[in-house]
Design a protein around this ligand. Sequence first.
Ligand code: DGY
Length: 421
Amino acid sequence: MNDMKYLTLNEKAVAILQSNDRGGYTVPTSGLYPYQWNWDSVFAAWGFATFDKPRAWDELDTLFASQWDDGMVPHIIFHQDDPGYFPGPDMWQVNRNPATSGISQPPVAATLAREILAMDPDGLDRVRALFPKIKAWHRWWAEQRCSQGPVAITHPWESGRDNCPDWDIGMANVDGSNVGDYQRRDTGHVDASMRPGKEDYDRYLAILYFGRDTGWNQSEIVANGPFLMADPGITFILLRAHVDLIEIGRQLGEDVQEIETWAAALRSSLPMIWNADIGAYDARDLRTGTFSGNIGSGAFLSLLADESTPELDTHLQRIWDAVAYGIPSFDPDAVLFDPRRYWRGPTWPVVNSLIALGLRRAGRFEDEARLRRETAQLISKHGFFEYFDPKDATPCGGNDFTWTAAIWLTWAGRDFQEEAD
Ligand code: DGY
């Protein structure tokens, strides 16, 4: 990368995307995440669309080239071996070329493809090729993961919000005592206090081993796997993605009836994840019916799907006002709040960008502007980090992060005035 010191923030963001570009796909950040990650990659595409539209579509094409025959789009694509990441392809044992992981990740593709299409008058042909693939992925969610109503995840990593307190009750039922010795790599790149703990990793591996031992048999994993929870985050992301895919389909002259059916079914299942005891959407253990009892970014993603409620809004204002830089991934008034540990408290600029899409659609322009301003302050003062302490802005996790750079270009940096030195 050039000497970053003399670049404007926009130039830095572009340079980060370019330096994380591995040719057709983009790594989230070098070192910590050296492969193609599903939702990171879609955000990368959105960022590329601000300065290189064909490259934006290429990113999505590369991602969907690794779609499984059943429609699933894996959460990691291991394009080239990198010993700096664990668990790598040898652990997942998915027999594909390139190798992939065996689980999925939040389906933001339709939503961001629609954003990219709006930026690219020549994009219709590119999106035409992607439409059936995105639709097949949505069908996979609808058929394999929505049988009880809201979206079920089979591994916390599928949620993208890996170790948020939402999953604690489901993880408590996972036996991680038999996974043997292994060497984590993430804590070699990032301070261990900002990452999930060893007990979390033991259980992540136990769930992975279960899936691997079934040969990644979806029905078996959903029926008998050690972890199955309803995820409000993916439920709202998928709901919005259905709506956006319907819109894209209409522009292409495609029949969208099936997608409308999935969207209606998903919307009507929302009462199942409404926890009246806390007045918020909540994660739920689908093996026991128990709610997690936590309020965090999964609930606030309801804004993305036009599904806010007055009670949830009251929580949002309280939680946002309790920090300097919203919106924290977890309730700062809760005992488990941990402001720098991965998804247990920090503010994630990329989640803010999704919530902002919802705020804009709802006409809540002041809230959207506040969120954009606070996000821009974090990035402009501290760099393009993965996440930040919501109270004192300490930058956390990986640096020169692709999706933070991407959302700077597409959203957070909009209207931002650089201060002269
Ligand atoms: C990790 O390795 O931390 C990833 O989030 C898993 O997807």
